[in-house]
Design a protein around this ligand. Sequence first.
Ligand code: GDP
Length: 170
Amino acid sequence: NAFVAIVGRPNVGKSTLFNKLAGRKIAIVEDSPGVTRDRNYTRAEWLNKHFTLIDTGGIEVGSEELIPSLIKKQAQMAIETAHVIMFVVDGKEGVTLGDREIAQILRKSSKPVVLVVNKVDNSKMSENFYDFYELGFGDPIEISASVGLGIGDLLDKVVENFPDDVDLEE
Ligand code: GDP
């Protein structure tokens, strides 16, 4: 089985993207100690390639202090489980400290990372586009999860990034 994790700080649009990509919800699991959260899994398919998508969000963040530990948990979990990581950032807000923290953790792993600039709701480029290169994952893919722009390009890039030995059959 092939796994793709969606990682990013709160409010960048992870759940919106997950729902956009979701086919059939197959499981909701697990409370980890200290933090109650859902981990959503769904099967997704693109051009006859099949994989399981993991949304690492789904937590209410009430205070800023929670964010660093949340981010670490999400990123670590994604690194352990996923073959490809979608790292979602907010094209309207630009690069934030939280983005930099996540990027630092992801860069230490050997997993392929697709950088996804969300909330680009029209054909104009995000005015922050070039700032996202500093995160160290090359060319970002611009999407609008809510409008549904750029999703095909994103899935193309995800599929390209699977290691050769990963089975993308159903
Ligand atoms: P998460 O915390 O990362 O899972 O983010 P959510 O999916 O809950 O989205 C956070 C907020 O951003 C919500 O108000 C969404 O409606 C909004 N949002 C998500 N995707 C987009 C998008 O593509 N464009 C715009 N303008 N807003 C979006």
